[in-house]
Design a protein. Structure first.
Lengths: 345, 257
């Protein structure tokens, strides 16, 4: 759909070393993909992946469990990295992230309500498994509209408010999740724990295919705006004078972030720090222009998320760590380092 | 070929910021708005560039109503330089200047562009800074980089006859006297190439030396317009600024201390 402007933007505003870097990130991504598919409680050599003469248990593990899980991890990582990068660009604030401003928490609250109250609220379950992602998207969208109201249309002066509102929303969401935890039955409790710590264990083709479609569409919708996000760094009035419809850009970035993060959180739970840390890593590697930053963050986010999921599967075999623990354990110290680095400047 | 502003008024929360202002900016002219703080100079510039919709009145760019020109088309016709905001991320100077490049879908427009950036950087004496981080520059250097970006926005491949305008809000703020004179000379040159230039200036002598026409504002109203010799008059100046001034002729100079 937007492939032509995407390629044009990439070629015009990305310098040659950045194109090599994107190539290197792509190779790292493919490597993480192959490693994630091969390693685990069942090991497959790369050769075996393309050779289905294996026993049926092996094939089932590979095609019905492992591959959808790895693909889900890649898509969730890409959407968190990409929406982190675009939100940081939109708010012109390096601390913006779908987690920090409460969007993930809103999505998790929406999902939690369905997990605990779903069967009594929607006895017919008309949409089946899809009601959960829809609730998560609604939660994310609600938080974003709250942010919009409290920051007076995401204005620059409202940036402090935005982070404060994010804190309040996070607190509110954890109260909600807490109440739901309190009234939930044992099996619902297990489900809730899964959301708050994040895992790709529940992936199946049936659930991830619509997510893949939705996430890819909104990524292709967002990435061609990279040039406009660059211009926005001059300030809203300047961007407007350079021909950017700032209002439209805001809606575009925020709506596509809400959709991708909502869908991601609904399928994998809350996974912290990826959206915050990945764009910073990509900037440190090769530059701040969004034509490089947005695809770079999507690639690195996907690669890191698959690696984190791989670690979660092999670290304490045969059990499994929640992937959110791993990303937070790596992301939190990085975040601290970032704060000290900003203070020095 | 000109910009016509007729009977522009702008009110906010019942307070009149602009009161029935009409003026004209022609191609190839350097015109300056002068007046005390709060006279509505910057507001008027924002109305002209389309940031603010006036409460009443009309603006036409070469006989087309501003309301009927899209945001993108406006960016091809006029560039604006005003007090700029802080830039958060570490863009290089070259990247900032190239932000003035607009995609018009014309091949020659993109091919000659690299050359144009080098030229403009030279004109604005920022050639040595191109690879530096914008955030490490001094205030005056940052101002020159933004000026280069404003020039690039109006750059055309060859002797194009497109109508173009520049609006600059105190472009010489933070500049040393060498770069101040340099910038004003450059604006004169651009006007000769056919660009209509509108300035907001505080330095009356700078305005007198480089402007073809002056507009003097007080409390949202246009008090007088015309060539500098007519506008810079003792009585008008003391009425507008509330300060006694001495005006010398040949060359035109205003002394206020």
């Amino acid at each position: 759909m937007h492939v032509k402007p995407l390629v044009k933007n990439l070629l015009r505003f990305t310098n040659s070393s950045q194109i090599y870097l994107l190539g290197a990130l792509l190779i790292a991504f493919l490597f993480a993909f192959l490693a994630s598919i091969s390693l685990g409680s069942f090991n497959f050599s790369v050769f075996e992946l393309f050779n289905s003469s294996k026993t049926s248990l092996h094939t089932t593990v590979l095609y019905e469990i492992r591959i959808p899980r790895v693909i889900l991890a890649a898509f969730v990582g890409a959407s968190l990295g990409l929406s982190g990068a675009s939100l940081q660009g939109l708010f012109r604030n390096p601390l913006a992230d779908p987690g920090l401003i409460g969007v993930s928490a809103g999505a998790a609250l929406g999902a939690s309500i369905i997990i605990v109250l779903g069967s009594s609220l929607f006895p017919g379950f008309i949409f089946g498994a899809f009601i959960l992602p829809i609730a998560a998207i609604c939660g994310a969208a609600l938080v974003i509209s709250l942010l919009y109201v409290f920051t007076r249309g995401f204005g620059y002066q409202g940036i402090t408010y935005m982070l404060l509102v994010g804190i309040a929303v996070n607190a509110f969401a954890s109260v909600g999740i807490g109440i739901l935890t309190y009234i939930s039955t044992d099996s619902e409790l297990r489900g809730l724990t899964f959301w708050t710590m994040g895992s790709f264990g529940g992936a199946s083709w049936y659930l991830i295919l619509p997510a893949i479609v939705v996430i890819s569409l909104s990524m292709f919708w967002m990435i061609p705006s990279s040039r406009k996000l660059d211009l926005l760094q001059l300030g809203e009035p300047e961007a407007y004078r350079l021909g950017v419809d700032v209002k439209k850009l805001k809606y575009k970035v925020i709506i596509s972030s809400a959709i991708t993060v909502g869908v991601s959180v609904s399928l994998s739970g809350m996974i912290g720090f990826v959206g915050l840390v990945v764009p910073h890593l990509v900037r440190l590697l090769g530059g701040v222009n969004h034509s490089y930053l947005l695809p770079g963050s999507a690639l690195l986010g996907a690669g890191l998320m698959m690696s984190a999921d791989l670690l979660s599967r092999i670290l304490v075999q045969p059990a499994e760590l929640p992937v959110g623990l791993i990303t937070s354990a790596i992301g939190a110290p990085f975040f601290l380092w970032l704060i000290f680095r900003i203070r020095k400047i | 070929m000109s910009i016509q502003a007729s009977s522009i008024s702008w009110e906010i929360n019942g307070k009149k910021i602009l009161n029935d202002v009409s003026l004209e900016i022609n191609h190839g002219e350097v015109v300056s708005i002068i007046g005390p703080n709060g006279a509505g100079k910057s507001s008027f510039l924002n109305v002209l560039s389309g940031d603010i919709k006036p409460t009443s009145g009309n603006i036409t760019f070469d006989d087309v109503n501003l309301k009927e020109i899209t945001i993108q088309e406006r960016s091809f016709m006029r560039s604006v330089m005003s007090q700029s905001q802080q830039i958060v991320y570490d863009f290089s100077v070259k990247e900032i200047i190239e932000m003035g490049w607009l995609d018009r879908g014309i091949a020659s427009y993109s091919e000659d562009f690299k050359h144009a950036v080098v030229n403009v950087a030279q004109e604005c004496s920022v050639s040595d800074l191109l690879d530096q981080k914008f955030n490490t520059l001094s205030g005056g250097e940052q101002r020159r980089v933004h000026f280069a970006r404003t020039l690039i926005q109006l750059w055309r491949p060859s002797a194009s006859k497109d109508p173009r305008y520049m609006f600059l809000d105190e472009p010489t703020a933070n500049l040393d006297i060498l770069h101040e004179q340099n910038l004003m000379r450059l604006l004169k040159e651009k006007a000769r190439e056919g660009i209509g230039v509108l300035l907001i200036l505080h330095d009356l002598n700078l305005a007198a030396k480089y402007s073809d026409k002056l507009f003097i504002f007080k409390e949202g109203s246009l008090i007088k317009s015309g060539p500098p010799e007519e506008v810079l008059e003792r009585d008008i100046l003391s009425y507008v600024y509330g300060l006694t001034m001495r005006v010398e002729r040949d060359p035109l100079r205003v002394n206020y201390y």
